[in-house]
Unconditional design. Structure first.
Length: 123
């Protein structure tokens, strides 16, 4: 792959990460509205899966501060998954769970470390 193509691919991955992190940073009602566009009964795990799909590929491209912020967000989502609590992935949990509140804070921190504004494209 040429350098231009490499740079374009890296930029596309970074943009995908910013979109996924932006969705994690949204208020609960915005997250629920997005999930309903995918599937009316869709679970909140879709937000984590979208992030997981791209973050591993992007981490090697990031400098220390943004990488640490993205890793902190990934760690929080991993802890939630490891808890094996299906209740964490409901729309109600998005609104009430302190775990999801922590995800939002970490997502906003990651966006700031990436020097990125939240981006929410159409579903």
């Amino acid at each position: 792959m040429s350098t231009v193509a490499d740079n374009a691919a890296q930029q596309a991955l970074l943009e995908q990460l910013i979109v996924a992190v932006s969705r994690l940073a949204r208020p609960a009602q915005g997250q629920i509205a997005y999930l309903r566009t995918l599937d009316p009964g869709g679970l909140a795990d879709e937000l984590a899966l979208e992030f997981d799909d791209v973050q591993g590929a992007v981490l090697p491209l990031l400098s220390d501060e943004p990488r640490q912020a993205v890793e902190a967000l990934d760690d929080q989502l991993s802890k939630m998954t490891a808890a094996s609590d299906g209740g964490l992935w409901t729309h109600e949990s998005l609104e009430a769970s302190s775990s999801w509140g922590r995800v939002r804070v970490l997502a906003r921190d990651a966006l700031a470390s990436l020097h990125a504004e939240p981006v929410i494209p159409p579903a």
